[in-house]
Design a protein around this ligand. Sequence first.
Ligand SMILES: [Zn+2]
Length: 153
Amino acid sequence: MYRSNKEIVEAPEVEKIGDEVIQNKGLALDDIGIAYIKVYPNLSKTKVATCRVANHREHFFTDGADYIISVSGDIWDNLDDKRKRILIWHELEHVKPEYSEDRGEYNYKLRNHDIEDFADIIEQHGVNWFDEMKDIVASFHDMDPDKKEKIRI
Ligand SMILES: [Zn+2]
């Protein structure tokens, strides 16, 4: 059995931004474990970052992560601090734990966006920040316009 040849790297610098965004934006995620990783060279050329629910084993091996936020290392290392923060804010908006009073535990869900972003982020940064991000990613990977339109976060 072959392992993926993608390299997974711990990302304390991404975690620090995540913690600051949670504080600054008042996101109610204090009880929630979030692990941050960087993947090299990238998740895929069209995937800047992802947020997913940690499975049972990931929860165990990460010392209790409920969610895993992954970023593409190549593009992350080329983003300025402001864009890193918006990107992580976007991923954190996907985190949607629902507390069940009956069961006394969280049901870990993901919030989806119908459009490419969340209303709070658009309100503060306008609708263009993701287009600018696409420009950066497309020029970094020298993409043609069709592929550029497939870029997701
Ligand atoms: Zn998203």
